[in-house]
Design a protein around this ligand. Sequence first.
Ligand code: ADP
Ligand code: MG
Length: 261
Amino acid sequence: MPILEARRLTKVYRRGASEVRAVDGITLSVEPGEFMAIMGRSGSGKTTLLDLLGCLLRPTDGELEIDGRSVIGASDGELASIRRERIGFVFQEFNLIPSLTAIENVLLPLRYGRRRRDAKRRATQLLELVGLASRASHRPTELSGGEQQRVAIARALVNEPAVILADEPTGELDSTTSDTLMGTLRDLNRERGVTMIIVTHDDAIAGATDRVVRLTDGRVVADEASGSRAFRRALSGERPNGRDGRVWARLGGLLERARSR
Ligand code: ADP
Ligand code: MG
């Protein structure tokens, strides 16, 4: 069962007499454990789509199911609990609270009622997981950009979400730091099965994922396996169909030539 399923999902913003179809009838299915990128120019609807998938915004039209259940008729309270229990958000600007330490920032989204000591142990484990155990009591201003973003990832994980939605998470980072961050996200995906949806401008980031969805004017114009997965499949001799087929054909041809030498 898909973890996220959008059908003809639409978001229209009205500005005076004119309207902007920020997301214009997107149909998209995401399986548990996928590691995918959403690309497109500025203004193509990436953030709006991510916010719709994460139930931060309500669509104007269309259907959205999470874990096979429609969220269209859900109340604000139900949407808030879906966000809290199933989804972790990571933003370009980190959005950490400056007056709180790293561990306090990680603890922030935790449900009330969890026992304090448990919560603290959990947050410490998450900081370890992202390689920041020694920075637990530092405030954001005492951390580098990459470190702040890793705190934000630990925070996104604290409620054990099934999906992480990241909006240009490497946008403020240099390329070495962003490679490290992508490594962290990939490990979380592999080891914990967290579904990752990453909005990015950067071909290198998209190339490190398994699937790339491209948007133009609020519509999906391409949805295909990115190089890495197609390449692994081609190496294993598996012939994919559907959206992987085209990439496979390209890489498979290259491999055949290399093998016959
Ligand atoms: P991206 O993240 O790809 O840059 P966005 O989803 O932010 O794109 O925006 C898509 C389109 O919707 C743009 O034309 C943008 O100006 C418009 N838009 C986004 N948010 C709003 C809003 N709150 N009110 C009106 N228009 C908006
Ligand atoms: Mg955006």
